[in-house]
Design a protein around this ligand. Structure first.
Ligand code: ADP
Length: 518
């Protein structure tokens, strides 16, 4: 949180030209500036001279206004039949599809990831929108036998109410869509606050909702600082639910605020994900998975492959090939199709990642096998670029193998057996994703069963979730909820159990039916 704040101060303090585009909040179907008239600047992390625009620096008053709009729209939206809500949301999907290329370019410009990955982010929003809209004709409840004669029992989903959605910068359209579209199909109204560094991609998603005909007040967008606008959302008595994705540190604050007023709280936080590479693995395939998992999105994914636990029989070969691949990656502006790895998000991220690289070099046994520098020459000097970095000979308890770095840095850890590898994989505070490369089905299933994570891959990297499977993790990664899949409906709806007694007389459960067995 402190990091985001500092980044904001830096962005806001930078100079602005008269041509800077001004964006607005979206409240009650109107595009409005913040009540206080303050702004935050959005700059390109690959070239900070490039100002994307200024967005409202919202205060508690703006959040309150957005919540009031969501409250006013709630009855109309929840009474709109779910299949009709779905028709509108399908149109959102069509608009996202139509403008995918523009959204992709916008995302690379504000967030830095290479075009191919930004396109994947937009595609995930499209997939999520179609998939969740499909629930409009399902939203299944269930019936079950009642224990009394002439009595009927069933269970239905009902909307939870007004939802506050707080999102991070690393998947700036996909994650907002994961939260917003399921919330809407369930009949809730929402207030969304994107991360300070990436308001444009969420703005684009909200614009698509407006064009698709989502009624005024059903979706409200408030941009601004987490500690001010985000904090007001977590404290607002009318927001029945807060759905948060971000750092573990901020997630705890969100959970505490929700606990204080007994609001529902869904958290998706950090990861320290391991790929296990066994001695029978296809090493080249494992190296490709490691490179994609460790350096895609410059390592800024909660599912990043930040630990590579490699059997000692293939350790040398794997490390050598990994380092060669990492050194061959082209770092640069993600808008250039020849670039493999874009910048990191901001100056605070640079400092944090470089601090960890320093810690890794000081830790006794670890070897800095490649990378380790910030790139500053020529055009690099205008952005936040760090070399893909590999540490080898890392011990499982070192800080670089325990703490989430959220940058293009990975650690290779030698192991002598599958049992030991699984123990190392489980020996962190997080539990999001894990993977194994092996040709042996017994080992694959053993590792699948013994790793304590929410996601597991066999012969694939720790990343690559699909929207129709639940997404989330154990331990420090979350608080038991899952996004995506149909499981997300359990976050955004309340179960209501209904009993219909058509016997025409008083029947007492647990008492009268006992006669049946004397
Ligand atoms: P990061 O450290 O990766 O920037 P954060 O967890 O700080 O991630 O941010 C994730 C989201 O949480 C952002 O939208 C941010 O503005 C918001 N946020 C930060 N601090 C708070 C807070 N105290 N209360 C609510 N939201 C917050």
């Amino acid at each position: 949180m402190a990091q985001a704040k500092k980044a904001l101060a830096k962005k806001a303090g930078a100079s602005r030209t008269a041509r800077t585009k001004s964006f607005s909040n979206y409240i009650g179907g109107e595009w409005v500036a913040s009540a206080a008239g303050d702004w935050l600047e959005n700059r390109n992390p690959a070239d900070t001279r490039d100002v994307i625009g200024r967005f409202p620096q919202s205060t508690a008053a703006d959040v309150d206004r957005a919540v009031a709009a969501a409250a006013e729209a709630f009855d109309g939206w929840r009474h709109t039949p779910a299949p009709r809500r779905a028709e509108i949301l399908y149109r959102v999907g069509e608009i996202l599809m139509r403008d995918k290329e523009k959204y992709t370019r916008d995302m690379t410009r504000e967030m830095g990831k290479v075009l191919k990955e930004a396109g994947g982010d937009v595609q995930e929003a499209i997939d999520c929108t179609y998939y969740a809209a499909g629930e409009g004709r399902r939203l299944h409840g269930f019936t079950t036998p009642a224990e009394m004669p002439n009595k009927f029992a069933m269970c239905v989903r009902q909307p939870i109410g007004l939802c506050g959605l707080i999102t991070p910068w690393n998947f700036p359209m996909a994650i907002p869509s994961w939260k917003m579209i399921p919330a809407l199909i369930c009949g809730n109204t929402v207030v969304i606050k994107p991360a300070e560094d990436t308001p444009l991609s969420t703005y684009n998603l909200v614009k698509a909702c407006e064009e698709a005909g989502v009624p005024p007040g059903v979706v409200n967008l408030v941009t601004g600082d987490g500690a001010v606008a985000g904090r007001r959302m977590t404290d607002h008595p009318a927001l029945r639910l807060i759905s948060f994705t971000g750092s573990t540190e901020t997630g705890r604050l969100v959970a505490l605020a929700c606990a204080d007023r007994n609001a529902v709280c869904s958290l998706e936080m950090g990861g320290k994900n391991a790929i296990i590479v066994m001695d029978d693995a296809d090493v080249d395939n494992a190296v490709e998975g490691a490179v994609w998992g460790a350096f895609g999105t410059s390592g800024q994914r909660c599912t990043a492959s930040s630990r590579l636990i490699v059997h000692k029989k293939v350790y040398k070969e794997f490390s050598r090939k990994l380092v060669a691949r990492a050194q061959a990656l082209r770092v640069g502006n993600g808008a250039d199709p020849k670039v493999d790895v874009g910048p990191v998000i901001n100056q605070d991220a640079v400092q944090k990642i470089m601090r960890y690289i320093e810690i890794g070099q000081k830790e006794d046994q670890a070897t800095l096998a490649c990378g380790g520098h910030r790139l500053t020459k020529g055009d690099y000097g205008h952005g936040y670029f760090i070399e893909p970095t590999v540490f080898t000979d890392v011990a499982p308890d070192m800080r670089i193998a325990q703490e989430e770095i959220f940058g293009p840095v990975t650690s290779v850890i030698p192991t002598k057996s599958l049992d030991e590898a699984v123990e190392i994989a489980n020996g962190v505070q997080y539990g999001l994703s894990a993977a194994i490369y092996t040709q042996d089905v017994n080992r694959a299933f053993q590792a699948m069963n013994e790793t304590y994570t929410g996601i597991f891959y066999v012969n694939a990297s720790t990343i690559g979730a699909e929207v129709h499977l639940p997404f989330g993790g154990t331990k420090g990664t979350g608080n038991g909820h899952r996004e995506a899949g149909t499981q997300v409906l359990d976050i955004f709806s309340e179960w209501k159990s209904i009993y219909v007694d058509y016997s025409g007389k008083l029947q007492r459960a647990q008492i009268d039916n006992k006669k049946a067995i004397g």
